[in-house]
Design a protein around this ligand. Structure first.
Ligand SMILES: *Cc1c(COP(=O)(O)O)cnc(C)c1O
Ligand code: SF4
Length: 445
């Protein structure tokens, strides 16, 4: 059956027939919080993922419908007043913009790390880790639906932060000048929102350029969770799969970096069909997700999710720790909690699921993996390690931080065992002062 993509936003969400399950107050909450957090939901999520008989606890409802508890009461009151009592639209906009800025839209001091090329900044490209260049196609800067936890909302709602790069030429020139880059990661937003003709434009350009160092194209996408019909019944689905085949035949492998937050997203016949078709092209699918309170804060759930993924031929890849942005207080767990949940799940699965790494913080110096909690000579400490780092020499280095039960992020931690500062700090500061820092795409997608 042909499924036509339909999205609901603040403008039309009251037409969703399942909202008859909600009270007037619950609908008003969505309207108010939806001014601040991104809100867009697809018909697939509404009709096939959310269990409306228990929507208040449903992970997909919480993932996509703004919840009152995601902002604080003062913020709620301010928006309510501006929305319902003020007539001037500009007043509401000011209230909303101020609250959004206070939610730290570019977390961890992250101005975008846009590289320079021929003396000009390369908008649309980020290059933080040697082997992998990020590419933000300008046609892929939105998503089939928005996650309420997402920190990328400046891109789709505050235009000042928008990336754009229409030309593949610059990307190719950059790849040729940087032989250390083996992977190009298409990211967004969600690049799978693009029509196949744009994928064709970019991929064909990459194939034709015959760049010897380019081994893998990755696509960071949540479409398998939010709109799996992108790979099955959308009118240009078949052409996209053919393009994958052609690209792989040309010698460039394709890896879909798929974002799944909950095992139920793997259960519909639509997603299973989409996975089958993608794998039949020879592409691989790796999976990643942040660990989130109210959504997936359980070892059993993660174990079940990884097992199900492996059953379907997917490769578990990353568990991320939620960043300090947006509705973070609502979703965040401590490093200690995240570590214990990971450990619990990891202990319940066999080696074929243990391709997953985490929990990992995509922080300024790099991806920091919380390996364990230990005690040496009476001092309790987190054992940490770089999975990825700004300086490749830091990768795989182990370091220690004083145990802190409440710590949620690297900047809440201090070195353990009498060290004055973490081993990478001096060098990081030098690096930061010598370039515009950035790093946005922490591989959430
Ligand atoms: C995670 C990430 C990558 C990809 O890292 P891999 O370890 O190769 O998966 C690339 N760039 C940025 C900025 C990232 O956060
Ligand atoms: S996490 Fe990904 S899919 Fe979700 S809103 Fe952010 S960019 Fe879009």
């Amino acid at each position: 059956m042909l499924m036509r993509y339909k999205a609901y936003t603040l403008n039309n969400f009251k037409k969703i027939s399942q909202l008859s399950n909600l009270s007037d107050l619950q609908i008003k909450d969505i309207e108010i919080v939806g001014q601040i957090l991104p809100f867009k939901v697809s018909s697939y999520i509404i009709d096939e993922l959310i269990d409306w008989t228990n929507f208040e606890n449903d992970p997909f409802f919480i993932l996509t419908f703004p919840q009152k508890e995601m902002i604080d009461q003062a913020q709620y009151d301010a928006v309510e007043k501006a929305l319902f009592q003020q007539t001037e639209k500009s007043v509401l906009k000011k209230v909303v913009d101020d609250i959004r800025l206070s939610l730290n839209p570019n977390p961890s001091g992250q101005q975008f790390n846009v590289p320079e090329f021929d003396g000009k900044p390369l908008a649309g490209i980020q290059h933080k880790y040697n082997e992998t260049m990020l590419f933000f196609p300008s046609q892929g800067q939105t998503c089939h639906a928005y996650c309420t936890f997402c920190f990328r909302w400046p891109q789709f709602s505050l235009n000042d932060f928008k990336f754009a790069m229409k030309e593949a030429d610059l990307m190719i020139a950059y790849l040729k000048a940087h032989p250390e880059v083996t992977d190009v990661l298409f990211t967004g937003g969600d690049p799978a929102i693009m029509k196949t003709k744009f994928f064709e434009y970019y991929f064909n350009a990459l194939i034709d350029a015959e760049i010897p160092n380019l081994k893998t194209i990755r696509i960071g996408t949540k479409s398998l969770t939010y709109w799996p019909y992108r790979f099955t019944t959308d009118e240009d689905a078949g052409a996209l799969l053919q393009l994958f085949e052609k690209t792989i035949k040309s010698g460039i492998s394709i890896s879909i970096m798929a974002h799944f937050n909950h095992p139920r997203a793997l259960e519909t016949s639509a997603v299973q069909e989409a996975i089958k078709r993608i794998l039949a092209t020879g592409a691989q699918i790796r999976t990643q997700s942040p660990i989130l309170k109210h959504i997936n804060a359980s070892g059993d759930l993660w174990a079940k999710m990884w097992r199900k993924q492996v059953d379907l031929g997917l490769i578990p890849y990353y568990m991320f720790i939620a960043r300090d942005t947006g509705a973070r207080d609502y979703f965040a767990l401590s490093l200690d909690e995240a570590y214990h949940i990971f450990n619990d799940a990891y202990n319940k699965v066999s080696g074929i699921c243990r391709t997953v790494r985490g929990p990992s913080m995509s922080s300024d110096p790099g991806k920091v993996h919380v390996i364990g909690i230990t005690e040496i000579n009476g001092e309790k400490a987190f054992v940490l390690r770089f999975i990825q780092a700004r300086n490749p020499e830091w990768v795989n280095k182990v370091f220690f931080a004083k145990y802190n039960a409440d710590a949620m992020w690297l900047n809440d931690l201090e070195p353990a065992f009498g060290e004055k500062e973490f081993f990478f700090i001096k060098e990081l500061n030098t690096m930061k002062s010598s370039q515009h820092d950035l790093c946005h795409a922490e591989g959430v997608n």
